[in-house]
Design a protein around this ligand. Structure first.
Ligand SMILES: [Mg+2]
Length: 264
């Protein structure tokens, strides 16, 4: 059972936890969490009001804000031009700490040549299919089919076929929100969260996210008494590691405003 993070008990509990702690790590996924999905991921924008809310939170001494996204790092920093925040692109494979320091975990040498072969195949197979967007993430690759009108199963089948031709244990295939992705298997958003936490004193951590990739981060916080894993979308309550939920991106904004209202 997941609890509404905006219920008065949940809010009271978080307020109490924060008043007894020297700070809060506040992690948010981007797409589907801080902003609603758009048909084309390149059309997504962070509304001005949302940007200033995030900047206000990041400016608080006791709040450490982190945005952890599957998007490419440069894309994410363009979309979320927030100062004094941790920005983690490509699930944290490219992570900038609050002080601007860059952290990149090591990736096995086998990964790059295989990704490059997969990239060629993916371009061959999908290039002429209308509504398919191929996102190149350097050490990773995503196929978005949100704009595709046909049967998504045919898109998946093609992707799994390419994967079966190139599969190595150092890489993994992942299905997300209307997307298929191949990425290094030794790294996920849970690792990103732990990397961020290592540089901070022991403080409570909130993680808000809507997708399968966020589950790895929820799992890290699940049994932590100072952890608040929050899934976006109530219908996801059955298979989640989260203990709380927020109904939609609007509820996320309300929750962030709640944290701002009693901080500072
Ligand atoms: Mg998301």
């Amino acid at each position: 059972m997941v609890t509404d993070a905006l219920s008065s008990e949940a809010k009271q509990d978080l307020r109490l936890t924060m008043s007894n702690a020297p700070g809060l790590l506040l992690c948010c996924d981007f797409d589907g969490t801080l902003v609603p999905f758009t048909d084309d991921p390149l059309d997504t924008e962070l509304p001005k009001s949302q940007k200033s809310l995030l900047q206000d939170l990041a400016n608080l001494d006791e709040v450490h804000l982190a945005v952890i996204s599957g998007r490419d790092f440069d894309e994410l920093t363009d979309l979320v031009p927030i100062e004094n925040a941790v920005l983690a692109g490509n699930h944290g494979l490219n992570l900038m700490q609050e002080n601007g320091e860059i952290h990149r975990p090591e990736v096995d040498g086998k990964v790059e040549p295989v990704i490059s072969r997969i990239r060629d195949r993916v371009h061959d197979v999908y290039e002429d299919i209308s509504g398919i967007i191929i996102e190149d993430k350097g050490i990773g690759l995503t196929v978005h089919y949100r704009k595709y009108d046909g049967d998504p199963e045919t898109i998946k089948e093609k992707f799994y076929r390419i994967w079966s031709e190139h599969e190595i244990p150092e890489l993994e295939l992942l299905e997300g929100a209307k997307l298929l992705e191949i990425r290094p298997s030794n790294w996920d958003k849970g690792d990103a969260l732990q990397t961020i936490r290592r540089d901070l004193p022991e403080i409570p951590a909130v993680y808000v996210g809507d997708d399968t990739t966020d589950e790895d981060a929820f799992a890290v916080l699940k049994d932590d008494p100072q952890g608040y894993p929050i899934v976006v979308g109530k219908e996801k309550e059955k298979d989640t590691n989260a203990t709380f939920y927020l109904e939609d991106t609007q509820a996320v904004t309300e929750f962030l405003n709640f944290i701002l209202s009693f901080s500072g």
